[in-house]
Ligand binder design. Structure first.
Ligand code: NAP
Length: 248
């Protein structure tokens, strides 16, 4: 039976690389997007052109009703869910704490934390063998920012990823006997459009000097780690973190 993976924010960046690689490995892919429909549809077309199955669903992970609609569409169109990649994430313009107001904190935590909780809850409902499901795996896309703190840039974003690390450990322990593995990847400085949202499109080139391997990473390199963690090759791995960060 074809395995089904849901990837939030799968239309570009790390999510799109993960969607393409998952399709290559034989998964049917449900990818979500928030606003960039054209990008999401392009990934679906590429997967279909290569003979795979994919579905793009517009859904804001910070809105519970959207999350429920997205999972229902995946059930209906692709079948039994076997993996969830909580990839959707945001940051805002680089700033010290004094420039970060509560409205911004609400936006960052709504997507990066509450969205991950909502999607994971929907996935556990479907995957848990105690609820009649057939096992599964969840991978959370955290960040090395959870360890480093992102001083002077976005401590709010870093703290949201710290919450994801704690959630990964807690949920992994909670659902181990439900047949669900929960792990996280912590990317370092990866070439995607996200840095433009922070106000510095060329940020990776500036900070790569501080990386032991002296370079930024690619979305494909992160996707490889995600695909391993959702695969049966990682069958005894849960509550773990894979840093894809060139040694940072
Ligand atoms: P990106 O290129 O900016 O893509 C972000 C993706 O998230 C887009 O697909 C976007 O959808 C989606 N998204 C944002 N808010 C959403 C919401 N509320 N609901 C649903 N989807 C939403 O970023 P990226 O670099 O690939 O980042 C992917 C993940 O990796 C994030 O969790 C990020 O924190 C993490 N990460 C990235 C780096 C890095 O250096 N790039 C490092 C560490 C961790 P639309 O396309 O519709 O806008």
């Amino acid at each position: 039976m074809t395995k089904v993976v849901m990837i939030t924010g799968g239309g570009r960046g790390i999510g799109a690389a993960t969607a393409r690689l998952a399709a290559k490995r034989g998964y049917a892919v449900c990818l979500s997007y928030k606003s960039r429909e054209v990008d999401a549809r392009r990934v679906v077309s590429e997967i279909e052109a290569a003979g795979g199955r994919a579905l793009a669903v517009e859904a804001d992970v910070s809105v519970d009703a959207d999350v429920l609609r997205m999972f229902a569409a995946c059930d209906r169109e692709l079948g039994t869910l076997s993996a969830l990649v909580n990839n959707a994430g945001v940051l805002e313009k680089q700033s010290r704490l004094e420039g970060i107001d509560t409205a911004r904190l609400n936006r960052i935590f709504a997507t990066n934390v509450f969205g991950v909780f909502a999607c994971s809850r929907a996935a556990v409902h479907r995957m848990s063998i105690k609820r009649g499901g057939a096992c599964g795996a969840i991978v959370n896309v955290s960040s090395v920012a959870a360890r480093l703190g992102s001083a002077g840039e976005y401590v709010d974003y870093a703290a949201s990823k710290g919450a994801i690390d704690t959630f990964t450990i807690g949920l992994a322990n909670e659902v181990a006997e439900d047949g669900i593995r929960v792990n996280a990847v912590r990317p370092g400085f990866i070439y995607t459009e996200m840095h433009a949202n922070g106000g510095e499109p060329r940020r990776v080139d500036r900070v790569k000097e501080f990386v032991p391997m002296k370079r930024g990473g690619s979305a494909d390199e992160v996707a490889q780690a995600i695909l391993w963690l959702i695969s049966d090759e990682a069958s005894f791995t849960t509550g773990s973190f894979v840093d894809v960060a060139g040694g940072k």
